[in-house]
Ligand binder design. Structure first.
Ligand code: GLY
Length: 315
């Protein structure tokens, strides 16, 4: 028997308490991680995941999510899914009924979700429409010599879309994808990630959250890791896998996280935004790192009084 433990990135507190209730009653890590992320996906005050996530450059919310099981290293993900509020549950269904595949994207993922009986929903809220319109205005005003929104056409759209991506800067305060990693009393470990991705992204862009080894990796021999922030950097260094490799080499969790962020930080990236990571080992050690001061991750164990925020080590 293992002592259950669950960790999550900033804003996972919207889902960790229910997940902990399940874990402490003997539920599987898979059930706990899915439950935590579903609650986060339903949190309309969070603009980086699920309903009320920030849309792509065309005003459409495209969601990515993945799950990885530590004992088997089974991985399932969906990418660029529109109109389904719970991509993490679609990823779980891929894991369970389509194990010959790891990743479904776009129309195929939506077809699968429909066949599996998932309900569709309008994921944009008044607030996210307002934020989107505001960005379009900023983008239009910044393109010299022409009003890019005054004429129709793909070329105009493309200029505007790329300008939106170029201009985007993260909001102040906690932002980004949600990571959750749980160890259950049976000794199984599962990592899950859900996101609406880079705000104003080019349509069809899929980030690290759906890519095994980049935003999510779980190996019961050594531990699990997941990433938040600029997914392209996590993809370029295979960030989550790199953290788990550090654990396998005997690094302590904080050091494994910091080592990966240093490597990502050395890459040239004109679109630079922050990358953060966290990890958990099968014997219950955990850590997290960030380039930003004041960044934390969440923890629940039998010894904590509810959700405890732990400071991430800073680069
Ligand atoms: N880390 C989430 C993304 O880049 O989409």
């Amino acid at each position: 028997m293992s002592t259950p433990i669950i960790i999550g990135s900033e804003r996972s507190e919207a889902g960790l308490p229910r997940a902990w209730e399940l874990l402490s009653q003997g539920a599987s890590a898979l059930d706990a991680v899915e439950a935590a992320l579903r609650d986060c996906e339903d949190n309309v005050n969070d603009h980086y995941v699920g309903t009320a996530g920030l849309p792509n450059a065309r005003g459409e919310i495209e969601l990515d999510a993945s799950l990885m099981v530590g004992s088997s290293r089974a991985f399932a993900a969906v990418g660029a899914v529109k109109n389904y509020p719970h991509p993490i549950s679609i990823a779980r269904r891929v894991l369970e009924v389509l194990p010959q595949h790891c990743l479904l994207v776009g129309e195929g993922a939506e077809l699968f979700a429909q066949e599996q009986g998932f309900e569709t929903a309008d994921l944009m809220t008044e607030e996210t429409w307002e934020m989107f319109r505001e960005q379009l205005k900023v983008s239009r005003d910044s393109v010299e010599g022409e009003n890019t929104l005054s004429a129709p056409g793909d070329d105009i759209y493309r200029v505007t879309a790329l300008e939106l991506v170029r201009r985007f800067r993260p909001h102040d305060g906690p932002w980004g994808t949600i990571n959750v990693i749980a160890l259950d009393e049976h000794g199984e470990m599962v990592s899950g990630v859900s996101t609406s991705g880079y705000p104003w992204k080019y349509p069809g862009r899929i980030g690290d959250s759906a890519i095994v080894g980049a935003g999510n990796y779980c190996d019961l021999r050594f531990g699990a890791a997941a990433c938040t922030g600029r997914g392209e950097l996590a993809m370029r260094v295979t960030g989550a896998r790199m953290v788990v490799d550090g654990l396998a080499r005997g690094l302590e969790p904080d050091d494994a996280c910091r080592t990966m962020l240093r490597e990502a930080g050395d890459l040239p990236d004109p679109f630079r935004a922050e990358l953060r990571t966290l990890c958990l080992t099968p014997d219950g050690r955990h850590g997290g790192a960030s380039g930003q001061p004041g960044s934390t991750y969440n923890l629940i164990t039998p010894d904590t009084d509810g959700v405890q925020a732990i400071a991430r080590v800073q680069l």
